[in-house]
Design a protein around this ligand. Structure first.
Ligand code: SF4
Length: 501
């Protein structure tokens, strides 16, 4: 049993799943090394059990942390408040998260508003004498100002170091205010990968918000997602199903009713793994055990499994046949237009597997990819969710498949290896470097853009659009210099420093 809701602290990804953040090789090799049944690694590096051999670097140039993922999850619940129990610097992301939140609300036709995030602004004195008084004051302030339906508390490296009793304060204020006050343990140093922050948010929600005595709604499906456009409602209508979007942009009531749903799906197993498995284990809501809905085989299998669980097989088959026929002509045209083009995918782990599948559907060559971490398994441990194996089995190998937590200095070498015509990226910080090399980027801010049958067309159209700007990027490349020394740029191996050579 992977999910333990008895403790307020979520187990990190590396503890639960054996997550790694540095690896380099072929996708097929990583898939083989990640086999679900494997008991030990045969490479001789001495690591045992469910752990992949991982490269370890001498420094980290820049990254994201779990606390920031809590900001963009718990901080995006519409009638809740998130308190960042931290120095003010941990709140630097509030500006960009506010813009993403507002855009997301607009895309879903919801009233546009600002985030409700409060920092306790811990200072040197608080690090010595403790910050609990400030935390409790901030919780009371949050209640006075916003009268939220729930208050979340994000811990930080600073509170982890001084050991503030955040759970005690949460319990006390929950009794005083009569609403859930939920500590989310997400100190940045607690996990080497930021996706533990997704799990921390979902852990707190399952412990303190999801209804324990649900009245079942047989046509309701939990969709674990971020801020993307609503492509699910029209799709689910064909199956007589309704969508319950969680966690971002949801209300506290949407979260509470997750236990009443007939099933749970997600757009990316990296994001949905913990919550979907927890809802099944603790509340009996089945998780759809299938590949992700990208490309024809993935979308077909995903719809069929959803239909099987919700007893709508005939409706699903009719929808699948109708959609195949609808999208086929345009996809054939896009394949012609994109013939000979090379793409490079740089996104989160499971999502990248889906995007590479869509590129291969479009006939685009994908010789290289950078994923920001790798989970050898997901919380369900079900082989049908092995997204990397699904990619390799259905679409062939990716020769240069790298795992790295967004290290800029490696990105130059990774692109030089395969010299793509364009990149597809989430977490756009790497895109300017590609531009300086004359390579345009498609930033997939809307995570649902490439999903399902229509997603194949959407992505193809986007690639055509960004390729039409290629001259602009080539001009940029001709007039800028890179910030790295010639010595580093001359090295052929982006992982040279990580190997300690
Ligand atoms: S929680 Fe830690 S790693 Fe995250 S922003 Fe704050 S100080 Fe940085």
């Amino acid at each position: 049993m992977r999910i333990n809701l008895d403790t307020p602290v979520v187990e990190s990804r590396e503890q639960r799943l054996g997550t790694i953040i540095a690896w380099d090789g072929k996708a097929s090799e990583l898939s083989k090394q990640s086999e679900y049944a494997r008991k030990s690694c045969s490479s001789g590096c001495g690591e045992k059990g469910r752990r992949l051999c991982e490269m370890k670097g001498p420094f980290t140039q820049g990254s994201v942390c779990s606390e920031q993922m809590v900001e963009c999850q718990a901080g995006n619940i519409r009638d809740a408040v998130l308190i960042q129990h931290s120095p003010i610097g941990c709140g630097a992301g509030q500006v960009i998260y506010n813009s993403i939140y507002r855009n997301g609300l607009a895309m879903r036709n919801l009233p546009v508003e600002n985030l409700r995030l409060i920092s306790t602004n811990l200072k040197e004195q608080d690090m010595v004498f403790g910050g609990v008084d400030k935390l409790e004051q901030s919780i009371r302030d949050a209640w006075e100002r916003h009268h939220p339906k729930a208050i979340f508390i994000a811990t930080s490296c600073a509170t982890g170091i001084i050991g503030d009793d955040v759970d005690g304060s949460a319990r006390k204020l929950e009794g005083e205010l009569g609403i859930p006050v939920i500590p989310l343990h997400c100190e940045g140093f607690m996990s080497k990968h930021w996706s533990t922050g997704f799990d921390a948010t979902q852990h707190g929600i399952m412990r303190q918000i999801v209804r324990r005595n649900p009245t079942k709604q047989e046509d309701l499906v939990n969709v674990i997602n971020l801020w993307g456009t609503d492509v699910f409602t029209p799709m689910f209508k064909e199956l007589n199903l309704r969508v319950n979007f969680v966690v971002d942009l949801a209300t506290v009531e949407d979260l509470a009713q997750m236990s009443e749903a007939a099933a749970t799906v997600g757009f990316c197993h990296t994001l949905s793994s913990y919550l979907a498995a927890g809802l099944e284990q603790e509340f009996g809501v089945p998780e759809i055990k299938a590949p992700q809905p990208y490309g024809f085989p993935g979308t077909d299998a995903w719809l069929r499994e959803l239909a099987k669980v919700t007893h709508r097989e005939e409706l699903a088959e009719a929808y699948i046949a109708k959609e195949h026929a609808r999208v086929a002509p345009r996809i054939a045209e896009l394949r012609e237009l994109l013939k000979g083009k090379k793409g490079f995918v740089s996104t989160g782990s499971a999502y990248a597997h889906g995007i590479i599948a869509v590129l291969r559907e479009l006939g685009v060559e994908v010789d290289g990819s950078l994923v920001f971490h790798h989970d050898p398994i997901y919380d369900s441990e079900d082989p049908r969710q092995d997204t990397l194996a699904h990619l390799v089995d259905n679409y062939g190998d990716v020769p240069s498949f790298s795992v790295s937590n967004r290290q800029q200095y490696q990105f130059y070498g990774l692109l030089q290896r395969v010299k793509p015509d364009f990149i597809i990226i989430r977490h756009n910080g790497l895109a300017p470097l590609a531009s300086r090399l004359g390579i345009p980027a498609a930033p997939l801010g809307d995570e649902h853009h490439a999903l399902g049958y229509q997603g194949i067309i959407n992505l193809g159209e986007t690639i055509l659009e960004i390729l039409s700007h290629k001259k602009f990027h080539e001009d940029l490349a001709a007039h800028v210099t890179l910030p790295y020394k010639k010595w580093w740029l001359d090295q052929g191996d982006p992982f040279l420093l990580v190997k300690g050579e």
